[in-house]
Design a protein around this ligand. Structure first.
Ligand code: CP
Length: 314
């Protein structure tokens, strides 16, 4: 594996999930990453991603340097431009310079949600990977959040009772416009398993077809939830008009009554979650909620990714 940007970087997903579960059982600190440095750059806020990735790297005895990208110079991404704007550094130099200080570079950069074509080109990641001299980890780009999806698949593997379970991805209301990255990535990853996948959302919240191909899609949330084994809840903004909140229908919030239609399903959410807007308190506080276990598995997923990148590149 050269970079960890999307599911396409994974040769053998079941093997990677098994390796993460095996690493989770190892309590002692490994020195596999001794003498190596992870540089993390955050263009946006984070709780889980930042702490779990640092913990994972340190558990492999790596040095970790974490920087809020706002503390550095603004990057120009376009080739051949006259750099007379507020962007003082070209990503060409930035990527090669950071490569001198890092053995792995991990980046988080959310979409601007203003221009679909621009966001879906994921230019910052595509350009950074082109010029980086070391492996790059995607800690959530404009369109993908593979570290979250990997942790989600570990969590499902730990709780599934059959090879094929019914997994529902349900949109839920939210007051702010959120990216589609978690939903996109979850679909990319879950479709590599044997599970049945059903997507449910109100009309107008269709996800990019690149990620939904092969999935059943319904606007009837009750029909989707029937006999579900896992319910993954997430808000995302519309693709058309791009990046907008077009519906905040509170009847789409996940409640205990809605969960009663399922096959006693597990409840999943990547967090942070707005209680009693996206999911009701009694569902989040029930013993079927896997949210804290998903957050725990972020560390084990990150450890497996970093280990694989070190193994394949050094
Ligand atoms: N789920 C997730 O990525 O959480 P943070 O945004 O807090 O990192």
């Amino acid at each position: 594996m050269k970079h960890f940007y999307s599911i396409k970087d994974i040769d053998n997903l079941p093997e990677l999930v098994d390796s993460a579960i095996a690493l989770k059982k190892q309590k002692e600190i490994s020195n596999f990453g001794k003498g190596k440095t992870l540089v993390m750059l955050f263009f946006n806020g984070s709780l889980r991603t930042r702490l779990s990735t640092q913990k994972a790297a340190e558990s492999l005895d790596m040095n970790v340097i974490c920087m809020n990208a706002g503390d550095a110079w603004k990057w120009e991404l376009e080739e051949g431009v006259v750099m007379d704007s507020d962007k003082a550094e070209h990503i060409k130099e930035a990527a090669r310079v950071i490569s001198q200080y890092a053995d792995i570079i991990a980046i988080r950069s959310f979409p601007k949600l203003a221009n679909k074509e621009e966001d879906y080109a994921d230019l910052l990641f595509e350009t950074f990977m082109k010029y980086s001299e070391v492996p790059v980890i995607n800690l959530e780009s404009s369109i993908l959040h593979p570290c979250q999806s990997f942790a989600d698949l570990i969590t499902i593997a730990e709780h599934q009772t059959k090879t094929k379970q019914k997994i529902v991805l349900s949109w839920a209301p939210h007051p702010k416009a959120l990216p589609q990255a978690v939903a996109n990535s979850f679909l990319e990853w879950i479709q590599k398993t044997d599970h049945e996948v059903v997507i449910t959302h109100p009309p107008g919240y269709e996800l990019n077809e690149r990620f939904t191909q092969g999935c059943k899609i319904t606007h009837n949330q009750d029909e989707a939830l029937k006999d579900a084994d896992f319910v993954y809840v997430k808000n995302w903004s519309a693709l058309e008009p791009y990046g907008k909140v077009i519906n905040q229908d509170p009847s789409w919030m996940i409640t205990k009554e809605k969960m009663s239609q399922t096959n006693n399903a597990y409840l999943m959410h990547c967090l942070p979650v707005r209680r009693n807007v996206v999911i009701a308190d009694d569902v989040l506080d029930s013993d079927k909620a896997l949210i804290i276990k998903q957050a725990d598995n972020r560390t084990h997923a990150a450890k497996a990714v970093i280990s694989q990148l070190l193994k394949d590149n050094y």
